[in-house]
Design a protein around this ligand. Sequence first.
Ligand SMILES: [Zn+2]
Length: 92
Amino acid sequence: MIRCPYCTELRTEEELVYGGEADLVRPAETSSDQEWTDYLFMRANLKGVHHEQWCCSAGCGQWFKVVRDTVSHKVLHVRKFEELPQPATEVV
Ligand SMILES: [Zn+2]
């Protein structure tokens, strides 16, 4: 269960869409083919605390960011897409 920070409804996994790893930095247009390949396909796939993006697909349709422990599935923090991370509450 994750509470959408926009519509504030508590949503089940079936009501959300997982959008993968959050905060990926798009490489410059002059980047190498390898840098583009890494950007498009390579992910950290961490065990433990992971920064993710989710969409409230059955609700308001907004994308938001989640910090989740991939071992326990515990949601550690949820924030709006445009909000900056809060170091005091988010583990990097
Ligand atoms: Zn929502």
